[in-house]
Design a protein around this ligand. Structure first.
Ligand code: 6PG
Ligand code: NI
Length: 192
């Protein structure tokens, strides 16, 4: 990996970086137990293991002082009344922040601390979101037709802790209610 400065592009409208070191595809089957409506999840999975989101990573050495960057693309859709979303995670190194810049679409970032303090921020094109250290984060796409596309950067040594979220879920869920988009309490949420 070169130590020379480098530039890459995020060409609209698809925003796939002109330089990609790793492309992750997350399908419905990788989100087992994450959506509240298990019956709707099973029914959807039986029909099609839908592609829920993708990540294009621009890698650097995973050492302090470096940044990992990339583009996250959450596709539109719902499981039951719950909008398509990323798995969500704490950083393994808890004291590491993250910056998101929304390029396309609309949605929310669902966040919480290990103590259960919750925060949900809206994302629209041009939004820059600062996720402070210690806040887990999950992107949610609420557009009917358009992908939620964000550019992200975070400390290269951060790592990912998915296990905690897989166990306890996020305190807040983003659903489509009778009056439109609603942020509701997760009835299954628990913090140890
Ligand atoms: C990270 C970023 C971001 C995230 C993607 C996919 O720490 O790597 O937060 O790139 O990984 O948005 O979300 P999940 O990692 O939760 O699947
Ligand atoms: Ni992260």
């Amino acid at each position: 990996m070169s130590d020379l400065p480098f530039t890459f592009n995020l060409p609209l409208p698809h925003v796939v970086p002109s330089r990609v070191d790793n492309h992750i595809e997350r399908r419905l089957s990788a989100m087992r137990g994450q959506f509240l409506d298990e019956a709707a999840y099973q029914e959807m999975l039986a029909q099609d293991d839908r592609l829920i989101y993708e990540v294009y990573e621009v890698k650097r050495p995973e050492v302090s002082g470096e940044f990992l960057m990339g583009v996250s693309i959450v596709h539109p859709g719902k499981v039951g009344s719950e909008f398509f979303m990323t798995k969500g995670h704490f950083h393994q190194v808890l004291a590491t922040a993250e910056v998101y810049y929304c390029l396309r679409g609309e949605g929310y970032m669902v966040m919480e601390t290990p103590e259960g303090e919750a925060c949900v921020e809206a994302l629209i094109p041009g939004s820059v979101l600062y996720v402070p250290p210690r806040w887990a984060h999950r992107s949610v796409c609420t557009s009917r037709l358009e992908d939620l596309v964000t550019f992200f950067a975070y400390p290269a040594e951060a790592g990912h802790d998915y296990g905690t979220i897989e166990q306890q879920g996020f305190r807040k869920l983003v659903v489509e209610g009778a009056d439109g988009i609603q942020i509701v309490d997760n009835p299954r949420w628990k913090v140890d």
